[in-house]
Design a binder for this molecule. Structure first.
Ligand SMILES: Cc1cc2nc3c(=O)[nH]c(=O)nc-3n(C[C@H](O)[C@H](O)[C@H](O)COP(=O)(O)O)c2cc1C
Length: 315
């Protein structure tokens, strides 16, 4: 089984990838998307989204990190893909699943799922620009408004030369509402020759087993579950329980240290609240902590509370 850490814009940045790959066994991470319009982006944009490029495109524990691009213009997608791999990304992933209104209005992300020909043109252009030994992969949803084109889209992406396809088993219209329709991933897998990666609502070992049964996939991608229960790959691979709350607190404090050192202290409160918002789905203690820090704006005051909670949890 391969487990891949999903791209999550605004959440799964370099620090989060580093923390999560440090306590899990992921085979690959995909970055947040780099938005491509009609320019060749400067190197700094790639380094900002993927600082791992400066360390061999790997997280600190050696997990490879692949850069994701989002855009609709084949030529500029190709040029930027070329730059991404030149800077060291082990291949390029293309985002055809983003539901954001702004992104879709500019003809990027999930809206392209209405145009299989355009998916083909983008993937083909990127494939031709990236050296053959490096993978060009894509990530889709099952459709935009409905699922009528799910297979046509997947086939177009394969025919254009994609190496792998990750499928988030919902349409754009379905948003993030459960369930994920894993059986559609199975239909895609049966019709394609390239590896298909199943994604959506894989929260634990039991879900992973059901998803693999329904889709026939052995490669899985997880996003939100890695923020709700940070030891997610061990939970999936070995059917263990979520890590203890005191271990989660220690992990949070590692993030605090990083943010303090990296000049991100002023954003730290909102980042912690964002993570607690995920964690509270699994940990009642996170809900309680969230309520106590909700109105606080000062990172130092919040970290003081975290430290005293940790002392209490560990005693
Ligand atoms: C806040 C947020 C940001 C996301 N950003 C991206 C992104 O940049 N690129 C992408 O392909 N998918 C993105 N996704 C979709 C996830 O990668 C994933 O497909 C989705 O969350 C379903 O998987 P999950 O149930 O494991 O979370 C994002 C999802 C969320 C919730």
């Amino acid at each position: 089984m391969r487990l891949i850490l999903a791209p999550m814009e605004g959440v799964m940045d370099h620090d989060m990838r580093d923390l999560l790959t440090g306590i899990n066994t992921f085979d690959l991470c995909v970055t947040e998307f780099v938005r491509v319009t009609d320019t060749l982006l400067p190197n700094r944009v790639f380094y900002r989204t993927c600082p791992e490029l400066l360390q061999g495109a790997k997280t600190s524990n050696g997990t490879p990190v692949r850069l994701q691009l989002l855009g609709s213009h084949p030529e500029y997608m190709a040029l930027n893909a070329q730059r991404a791999v030149k800077l060291g990304s082990p291949g390029v992933d293309i985002n055809f699943g983003c539901p954001s209104k702004t992104v879709n209005k500019n003809r990027g992300g999930a809206i392209l799922l209405r145009e299989p020909d355009q998916l083909f043109s983008i993937v083909r252009a990127v494939r031709e620009a990236v050296p053959a030994e490096l993978p060009v992969t894509a990530k889709i949803r099952l459709g935009y408004e409905d699922k009528s084109l799910f297979l046509e889209n997947a086939r177009a992406i394969e025919q254009a030369g994609a190496s792998e396809l990750a499928v988030h088993a919902r349409t754009k219209a379905e948003g993030y509402r459960p369930p994920a329709h894993w059986e559609y991933i199975g239909k895609i897998r049966e019709n394609l020759g390239i590896p298909v990666i199943a994604n959506g609502e894989i929260w634990n070992h039991e879900d992973a087993r059901r998803c693999m049964d329904a889709s026939g996939c052995t490669d899985l991608m997880v996003g939100r579950p890695s923020l709700v229960t940070p030891n997610i790959t061990t939970m999936i691979r070995e059917s263990v329980r979520p890590m203890s709350w005191s271990s989660v607190l220690q992990l949070i404090l590692q993030l605090s240290d990083r943010d303090r050192q990296n000049g991100k202290w002023q954003y730290h409160p909102s980042r912690l609240k964002q993570w607690l918002n995920y964690l509270r789905k699994a940990y009642p203690q996170a809900q309680n902590l969230f309520e106590r820090i909700r109105s606080l704006r000062d990172a130092d005051a919040i970290v003081e509370i975290l430290c005293s909670d940790l002392a209490r949890a560990a005693s």
